[in-house]
Each structure stands twice: as structure tokens, then as C-alpha cells.
Design a protein around this ligand. Structure first.
Ligand SMILES: Cc1cc2nc3c(=O)[nH]c(=O)nc-3n(C[C@H](O)[C@H](O)[C@H](O)COP(=O)(O)OP(=O)(O)OC[C@H]3O[C@@H](n4cnc5c(N)ncnc54)[C@H](O)[C@@H]3O)c2cc1C
Length: 469
């Protein structure tokens, strides 16, 4: 049944891309509707991604402090994990976030519609509610923000206890004794860090030669060294051949880098081999929008090849699958739809953060990529072992590495591993956004004692005048 309402913008999907686009559209005075198929707002990020994982990582960190309390002169003998309370705390944080999103949408006069949205034709969105009733709404602009789902190994089906994706693993009723994690990207290493610290025996199997393979090789190697020291077993250049359910859990057969067949048995297996975009069954075939390996191609203003249809977030081709990228793409799309000036995203200046222990964060070109791109470079490094705040925190590992243009010192990339680096990367992003040089950072006063002094010192190192090493 056609609905007479005509919106300036209809957004399909309420993840960080969609809900931020909604809020910004409301702020810009656009008559906006947000269509969400689930009965909660916030998408993957809030419910089964960024937020619950970071909540669990926080619990693991607190547990670590108890384990190492003697180092701080605190004798703590009787402590244990109450998994139900850990889960409750995580759920409370997620619920608070979802309520916050709902409040912000209301505050900015975004109309929310529950149902499955599809593009019905130019300027038309069809919404099917949970009772199967369909209605059509008119939109001058449509923003597709339908996000992504975990990729599965062909033939495998996730279940609540044994074969897990990022969804099932977050609702486990107890801490498993053992876990095989297939994939050493951000999702894989974060869950490895969580469960290893809670006492699970963790084995990671990765097809590529390194963990977090998009990071600077030196940083990946340092993470692998740290994981091995902690007791996480890792196999690289390894190919999973078969995953089978057994009486006690699962068996995972794989060939190692030496091509020899191996088998591991565990209670659980986490499949973390990447994400597939939700671009099927959303009506894209009724538009001129083009796809690339399932992802939607857009121009720098997030507009697809169909006039008035934008795509943002995890479904966008050649754009990293990160919440903060989706958010910015949402802002760019609706600002463009409102006819207001807006700067396209510079994808070379996107911070990448992996919240494992130790944390990894980066922006811009790796040393290898900078050389491959033909830059003549100079590199400055500073280890956290020489940073006093890191000593106060009880941390000895990690470093900040800065890759700069040799002639003018322009910062091309910054790569960090160590304590709180996911907070510290913002400085490097801002410096790069302002086309800053190592010298600019070297002359920026950094408070003492802080971890950020390691960034200061890496900038000094680029110019060959490290002070504290
Ligand atoms: C375990 C894990 C940890 C992560 N941690 C981080 C992190 O720390 N930092 C970070 O930046 N990124 C992280 N990510 C990635 C981040 O979650 C995604 O990049 C982000 O959620 C993408 O946002 P989105 O708006 O594109 O889509 P999503 O968040 O996937 O939301 C899409 C929404 O659209 C709805 N939807 C889909 N189809 C329809 C339809 N046809 N009609 C109506 N509604 C529909 C879905 O129900 C969902 O609510 C993590 C991901 C995972 C899996």
C-alpha cells in the first residue's frame, strides 16, 4: 500500500553508518526516516561488534591486573571470574548504547520505521514489517546502510555452542576450555586476547603469513611475538581443510606452512575469516548502482550510479569495514543530499585500531607500502620500554613507528603497538590531516609523564635526535 509521506532522505539500516546519517540529516533540517529490520538500533557495531567485544576486553584487562597484582605490591589470593556477571555488564553497556541511539534519533526528529527495507524503484522504498505487511514510502534520496555479516566456511553452519561467529561467541554461557580461531585479522586476534586471558587454550590458524596482515610487518611480527609469549599458539600460511563436529566439540584439519596435514581438537571454533556485505535482496538490481565483488561502488560523495541512491558503511567498495568510516560516510552522504558543501573522505587518513593485548593502531602508509609507492622515506621509532608512563603501567613491550617523506618530513604513516595506542592514534591522524611533518610533532609539547611522549620521541627519531634513548 503506498504511503503518502514523502521524505527528503530514507536510510535503510541503523548501524553506525545509518544512525549517524539519520542524526546528521535531522540536524540539516531534512525530513528523514530510518528503516531497521531488527527491533533494536545500532547494528553490528553496537550489538555484536565493537562495543560488546571492547566491554569483554576490559573485563579481561581487569582480570590481568588481579593476576599480576603482586607486581604492584597488592596481595590478592582469592579471585575468580563470574562469567554471568561479565556477560550482564556487557549487555548493560550495549542496552545503554541502544537507548542512547534511540534518544538521539528522536531528538533530531528522525522517524524510525521497523521492517525490512528494499529499494522498490526510483525514489521508492518498500518496508515489510515483522507481520509480513508491506508499505511503500517515497524518498528524494535513499541511503543504503545495510552493513555486513560474518563470512562462513562453505558447508559450516554456526550454532550456539561449538561453531561460532562474532554473534554466537558473545552469548556463550560459559568460558570454553579450548578454542580454535580461524583468521588472525582484527576480529580473530581480539577474541584470542579475550578468551586466552580468561583461561581458554587458544590456537589461531591464519592463511596469510602474518597476524593483522594489513598492518606494518614489523608491528604484526611484534604482536605475534607477544601472543606467543603469552601462550597463544599460532599457525601462519596454514589452510583449513575440514572442520567437523565431535562428541567433545570440534576437530579442525589444516595444512601448515610446511604443507603437512595437522589436526587440532577443541571445544569451540570461531570462524573469523572476513565479512560479506548485505547487498543482496535490497533492491539494488532495480537501480543502476554497480557492484564490485558484492560491494557497492560510489563516487567520493557516497553516491552510487543511480541518482539519489547513496551507499555507506560496510557495503561500500574499497572502503575499510570500520564503524568510524561508516559514520563519516553517512555524514558525507546526507550533507551532499542536502546540497551543502562537504569534504570527501581521505581514505589514507583512516585510523585502524585493533584492541587486542597489546593494542595495535595505525594510520597511513606502512613502511613497505610507502617504498612501493615510490616515496623516499625516513623512519623514526621509539619503544615503550623507554617511556616512563609505560613503566608505571607495568608495560614493557611495544613501540611507535613513524614513516615520513625524506625531503620534507611529511608524515606518511604512523604505526603503534602497545598500551592505549588505540587512544593515541588520533594525534597522528590529526597531524596527517593538517599535512604535518615529523618536525611539527617534534616541536609540539607533549605532557610528561604520558604514553604520548612515545609519539613525540618517534618524531624526534625521524629527525635523528631522540632524547630518551
Ligand atoms: C566482532 C567485531 C568487532 C568489531 N570491532 C570494531 C571496532 O572496534 N571498531 C570499528 O570501527 N569497527 C569494528 N567492527 C566493524 C563494525 O562493526 C562495522 O564496520 C560497522 O558496524 C558497520 O556499520 P554499518 O552501519 O555499515 O552496518 P551494520 O553495523 O552492520 O548495521 C547494519 C544495520 O542494517 C540493518 N539491515 C540490514 N539489512 C536491512 C534491510 N534490508 N532493511 C532494514 N534494515 C536492514 C541491520 O539489521 C543492521 O542493524 C567490528 C566488527 C565485528 C564483527
Amino acid at each position: 500500500m503506498p504511503d503518502s509521506a514523502q521524505y527528503d532522505v530514507v536510510i535503510i539500516g541503523s548501524g553506525p553508518g545509518g544512525y549517524v546519517a539519520g542524526i546528521r540529516a535531522g540536524q540539516l533540517g531534512l525530513k528523514t526516516a530510518l528503516v531497521e529490520k531488527d527491533n533494536k538500533f545500532g547494528g553490528t557495531c553496537l550489538h555484536v561488534g565493537c562495543i560488546p567485544t571492547k566491554a569483554l576486553l576490559m573485563n579481561a584487562e581487569v582480570y590481568d591486573y588481579f593476576k599480576n597484582s603482586n607486581e604492584f605490591g597488592i596481595n590478592c589470593k582469592d579471585y575468580s571470574v563470574d562469567w554471568a556477571v561479565v556477560q550482564e555488564r556487557k549487555n548493560r553497556i550495549v542496552t545503554k548504547g541502544a537507548k542512547g541511539v534511540e534518544f538521539l534519533l528522536k531528538k533530531n526528529k528522525v522517524e524510525t520505521i521497523q521492517g525490512y527495507g528494499t529499494i522498490a524503484g526510483p525514489g521508492r522504498v518498500s518496508v515489510k514489517d515483522s507481520k509480513g505487511q508491506s508499505r511503500e514510502i517515497k524518498a528524494k534520496n535513499i541511503v543504503l546502510a545495510t552493513g555486513s555479516e560474518a563470512k562462513m566456511i562453505p558447508g559450516l553452519e554456526p550454532d550456539p555452542t561449538t561453531i561460532l561467529t562474532n554473534k554466537e561467541i558473545l552469548s556463550l554461557k560459559e568460558i570454553p576450555k579450548s578454542m580454535v580461531i580461524i583468521g588472525a585479522g582484527a576480529v580473530g586476534v581480539e577474541f584470542a586476547s579475550i578468551f586466552h586471558r580468561f583461561g581458554t587454550t587458544v590456537t589461531v590458524i591464519e592463511m596469510l603469513p602474518h597476524a593483522v596482515p594489513l598492518e606494518d610487518e614489523e608491528i604484526s611480527t611484534e604482536l605475534e611475538k607477544s601472543f606467543r609469549k603469552q601462550g597463544i599458539v599460532m599457525h601462519f600460511g596454514a589452510k583449513v581443510q575440514k572442520v567437523s563436529k565431535t562428541a567433545k566439540g570440534v576437530s579442525v584439519e589444516f595444512t601448515g606452512s610446511d604443507n603437512k596435514a595437522q589436526m587440532i581438537e577443541a571445544e569451540t571454533v570461531l570462524v573469523a575469516v572476513g565479512r560479506a556485505p548485505n547487498t543482496q535482496n535490497v533492491g539494488l538490481e532495480k537501480t543502476h548502482a554497480k557492484l564490485e565483488r558484492g560491494f557497492v561502488k560510489t563516487n567520493p560523495f557516497m553516491l552510487t550510479d543511480e541518482p539519489g541512491v547513496y551507499a555507506i558503511g560496510d557495503i561500500v567498495a574499497n572502503s575499510p569495514l570500520l564503524a568510524h568510516v561508516g559514520e563519516m560516510e553517512g555524514v558525507v552522504a546526507v550533507t551532499h543530499a542536502a546540497g551543502k558543501p562537504v569534504e570527501p573522505i581521505n581514505y589514507n587518513q583512516v585510523p585502524n585500531c585493533t584492541y587486542c593485548e597489546p593494542e595495535v593502531a595505525s594510520v597511513g602508509l606502512t613502511e613497505k607500502k610507502a617504498r612501493e609507492a615510490g616515496h623516499k622515506i625516513k623512519v623514526g621509532k621509539f619503544p615503550f620500554s623507554a617511556n616512563t608512563k609505560a613503566s608505571i603501567l607495568g608495560v614493557r613491550e611495544g613501540q611507535v613507528k613513524m614513516v615520513c617523506d625524506e625531503k620534507y618530513g611529511e608524515i606518511l604513516g604512523v604505526h603503534m603497538i602497545g598500551p592505549r595506542v588505540t587512544e593515541m592514534i588520533a594525534e597522528a591522524v590529526a597531524a596527517m590531516h593538517l599535512e604535518g611533518t615529523a618536525m611539527d610533532l617534534a616541536h609540539t609539547i607533549h605532557a610528561h609523564p604520558t604514553l604520548t611522549e612515545a609519539v613525540h620521541e618517534a618524531a624526534h627519531a625521524v629527525e635523528d635526535w631522540s632524547i630518551h634513548i
